[in-house]
Write a protein that binds this ligand. Structure first.
Ligand code: AMP
Length: 406
C-alpha cells in the first residue's frame, strides 16, 4: 500500500487528503477549522469506493466540539477516520506531506522534516508571518500523531528557486535588500510545476524541451515562465501581492502610491496592508471578487464589472507578452485554477492579441472545454498549444513526498 497523507495547515485550521498513490485516487478529504475557538469543527469526507461500506456515493460527516489546538485537531481527524473510515489500519499512510508557503532561499526542493527543518521554517516566519507559523503548528502536531512515518515539507516557493538572479533581484539598494532578504521568491510553485508537467505529458513532449507559460488564476493569481521545466520568471514576488490582478489583491502597483497614501490619506502600515491585500483587486474595482458574478454583471452592461474585467485582462496580456519575450518564444500556454479552468472569456481575452506570434485560441474549443480534464483550446493552425489544465496541488505534494521518501 502506498498511501500518503497531505496536510495544508493554517493557524486556526487545516485541510487534509489521504491519497492512494498507486492510482493517485483520493480516499478521504477533510477540514478541521476554528481551532482555538469556543466551538471547533471537523468535516470529513470519505470518497466513493474508498470504503465498501460507503459504496458508490461519497459521504461527509461533521464533528462539532472544542478543538483547543492543532494536536486536538489531529485527534479529531483520527476520530473521524476511526468512526467514518477509511480504516487507517488498512490505508496506513507511509508518509505525510506538508504544504509550507515559504521556504525562502534555503529550500529549493521537498525536504524531509527534522527538528532543524522545523527551526528553519520557524525562522522563515519573518518572511511569511501569516503562513509559516500555522504550517509549523500543523507539522508539530502531525509529527506527534504520525510518529512512525517520515514527514516532508513541500514549499510553494521551491519551484521558483531556479530563477536566474536578473529575474529575482529587485533594483533596490543591494545592501538593504540583502540585509532584509528582499528578492523575488514567487509562490504557487507546486501548482505551476504540476500543470507544466501535466501539459508536457499531454502534448507528448519532454518537459525539458518545452518553453511554457502557466497562468494560475484563482482567487490568488500568478503567471510563470518555465524553460525546460525550470521556472525562470514568475509574477508573484517578495510576497504573493505582486503581479496579476487578483480577487482582493492589487498585483503590480507603483510603490510611490503607498508613500502618497501614507502622506496624503494618513494610512498607516496596517491600513495599507489591509487595503492592498483584502480590499483591492476585483473586489476593490467592482465590489465582488468572484469571477462568476463579474462576468454575469459585465454581460448585463455593468460598467464597473466591465472595467474590472478589462483591467484584469490587460494585465494578463502584459505578462503573456513579457514572458514570451523572456523565453524567446513559447510552445505551450496553460490556464489553471478557479478562473483559469472555468472562464472562457478570460482565457480568450488574455491571448486575443497574440495571433501575430502564432497564438490562436479556437473559440468553440475554448467555450466547450470540458471541466475537470485537460483540454486543448488552441486552433489547429496555432503554432502555440493552448491548454486548460486542472491543477492538483495535493497530488503534487503527495508525489514529491513519495519521491523524497523512496
Ligand atoms: P481558486 O482560488 O482556484 O479556488 O479559485 C477561486 C475563484 O475561481 C473564485 O473566486 C471564482 O472567481 C473563480 N471560479 C471558481 N469556479 C468558477 C466558475 N465555475 N465560473 C467562474 N469562476 C469560477
Amino acid at each position: 500500500m502506498s498511501v500518503v497523507l497531505v496536510v495544508n495547515s493554517g493557524s486556526s485550521s487545516f485541510k487534509y487528503q489521504l491519497i492512494d498513490m498507486r492510482s493517485e485516487r483520493v480516499l478521504a478529504t477533510g477540514l478541521v477549522e476554528r481551532i482555538g475557538d469556543a466551538q471547533g469543527r471537523a468535516r470529513h469526507t470519505v470518497h466513493a469506493q474508498a470504503d465498501p461500506e460507503v459504496g458508490a456515493e461519497s459521504a461527509t460527516a461533521e464533528i462539532e466540539r472544542r478543538i483547543p489546538d492543532h494536536t486536538a485537531g489531529f485527534q479529531a481527524m483520527l476520530d473521524a477516520f476511526a468512526e467514518h473510515g477509511p480504516s487507517l489500519a488498512q490505508h496506513a499512510p507511509i508518509a505525510v506531506g506538508h504544504r509550507v508557503v515559504h521556504g525562502g532561499a534555503r529550500f529549493f526542493a521537498a525536504t524531509p522534516i527534522d527538528d532543524l527543518v522545523e527551526i528553519n521554517i520557524d525562522e522563515l516566519s519573518v518572511l511569511a508571518p501569516l503562513h509559516n507559523p500555522g504550517a509549523l503548528q500543523g507539522i508539530r502536531a502531525a509529527r506527534r500523531a504520525f510518529a512512525d512515518v517520515p514527514h516532508v515539507a513541500v514549499f510553494d516557493t521551491a519551484f521558483h528557486q531556479t530563477m536566474p538572479p536578473e529575474a529575482y533581484t529587485y533594483a533596490l539598494d543591494r545592501e538593504l535588500a540583502e540585509r532584509h532578504r528582499i528578492r523575488r521568491y514567487g509562490f504557487h510553485g507546486t501548482s505551476h510545476r504540476f500543470v507544466s508537467e501535466a501539459a508536457a505529458a499531454y502534448v507528448g513532449r519532454p518537459v525539458e524541451k518545452l518553453r511554457q507559460i502557466v497562468f494560475h488564476l484563482g482567487n490568488g493569481a500568478s503567471a510563470t515562465a518555465i524553460d525546460g521545466g525550470r521556472s525562470v520568471d514568475t509574477s508573484m514576488g517578495f510576497t504573493p501581492l505582486e503581479g496579476l490582478v487578483m480577487g482582493t489583491r492589487t498585483g503590480d502597483l507603483d510603490p510611490a502610491i503607498l508613500l502618497h497614501l501614507q502622506r496624503r490619506a494618513g494610512l498607516g502600515v496596517d491600513d495599507l496592508d489591509r487595503v492592498l491585500n483584502k480590499e483591492s483587486g476585483l473586489l476593490g474595482l467592482a465590489g465582488a471578487n468572484d469571477m462568476r458574478d463579474l462576468v454575469a454583471r459585465h454581460r448585463d452592461g455593468d460598467e464597473a464589472a466591465t472595467l474590472a474585467l478589462d483591467v484584469y485582462l490587460h494585465r494578463l496580456r502584459g505578462y503573456a507578452g513579457a514572458y514570451m519575450a523572456q523565453l524567446g518564444g513559447v510552445d505551450v500556454i496553460s490556464f489553471t485554477a478557479g478562473v483559469g479552468e472555468n472562464v472562457p472569456i478570460v482565457r480568450a481575452g488574455a491571448l486575443d492579441r497574440l495571433a501575430f506570434a502564432g497564438v490562436r485560441v479556437d473559440p468553440e474549443r475554448n467555450e466547450k472545454a470540458p471541466r475537470g480534464e485537460i483540454a486543448r483550446i488552441s486552433a489547429d493552425d496555432s503554432d502555440v498549444t493552448v491548454l486548460v489544465v486542472p491543477t492538483d496541488e495535493e497530488v503534487e505534494i503527495a508525489r514529491q513526498t513519495l519521491a523524497v521518501c523512496s
